[in-house]
Ligand binder design. Structure first.
Ligand SMILES: [Zn+2]
Length: 259
């Protein structure tokens, strides 16, 4: 079956914080949107406790990040953003049954052809990401054989250290806390092997634009602020997934984008 089957269908991507969608699989979301799919991103929190730079006050950060999320969605062609208000930093344990119920509600309402979320490594063992993985997997499991295919996104091991090393060569220093203070080798370190690799080279400029839309998360000289087209294609031009081993109905979706 060709990719034409995808047009008009919905893909639901479930993440923890504004910016996860762009970093993890912004190219794939943009590519799906260009194929005529309705891409809906459900974000469990406003990211209100994230480290940040710039003038935003701490108590305003969630509101500011909601605006940034809208800008990223526009860059990627995301049709709808559902920004929930679960507590950033505590997504693995807080409001578990509420979030689970919301997931079931939205999956039933949108009847997506596929669902995308974090793998069990949460990209780099971020506990909020692991919690979203667990909640989404549970919801799909509850749906049983009527569930659509569930895809877990992972990062290629070794890419993040190259991005960080290139930025350091340009004089950038990682901030003491926040996303870029992480050990770059942690990305993808223990992820399950990807079985689906999607070429997003032609969508990489939109992916970078979406990442940069999350302005409070970008410090001066940020690794993505100065990335040139060749490096962006090399480092961000493919995205990796594997499909959950769960009962499902319907057709495979991301497999159709593989070449
Ligand atoms: Zn996150």
């Amino acid at each position: 079956m060709s990719a034409a089957w995808l047009a008009g269908r919905t893909v639901l991507a479930v993440f923890a914080h504004p910016d996860d969608e762009s970093l993890a699989c912004g190219g794939t979301l943009a590519r799906l949107a260009d194929l005529g799919l309705r891409v809906v991103v459900m974000c469990a929190s406003h990211g209100e406790r994230g480290a940040h730079t710039g003038p935003a006050r701490n108590d305003q950060l969630g509101r500011v990040r909601a605006v940034e999320m809208r800008d990223a969605a526009a860059a990627l062609g995301i049709a709808e953003v559902i920004l929930l208000n679960h507590p950033d930093g505590d997504l693995r344990w807080a409001e578990v049954s509420e979030f689970n119920a919301e997931l079931l509600l939205f999956i039933r309402r949108y009847a997506p052809a596929a669902i995308i979320t974090f793998g069990d490594d949460g990209l780099y063992w971020h506990l909020d990401h692991v919690g979203v993985h667990e909640r989404t997997t549970t919801a799909v499991r509850i749906l049983g054989p009527s569930a659509p295919p569930l895809y877990y996104v992972t990062m290629l091991r070794g890419i993040m250290p190259q991005i960080v090393a290139a930025a350091r060569e340009r004089g950038w220093t990682p901030p003491p806390k926040g996303f870029w203070s992480l050990e770059p080798a942690a990305f993808g370190l223990l992820a399950a092997p990807a079985t689906i690799t999607i070429d997003v080279g032609d969508w990489v400029s939109r992916k970078v634009a979406a990442i940069l839309s999350h302005r409070t998360q970008m410090g001066i000289g940020h690794p993505f602020a100065q990335i040139d087209d060749a490096d962006a294609r090399r480092w961000l031009g493919t995205e990796q997934f594997h499909r959950a081993d769960l009962p499902m109905t319907g057709n495979l979706v991301l497999e159709r984008l593989c070449t």
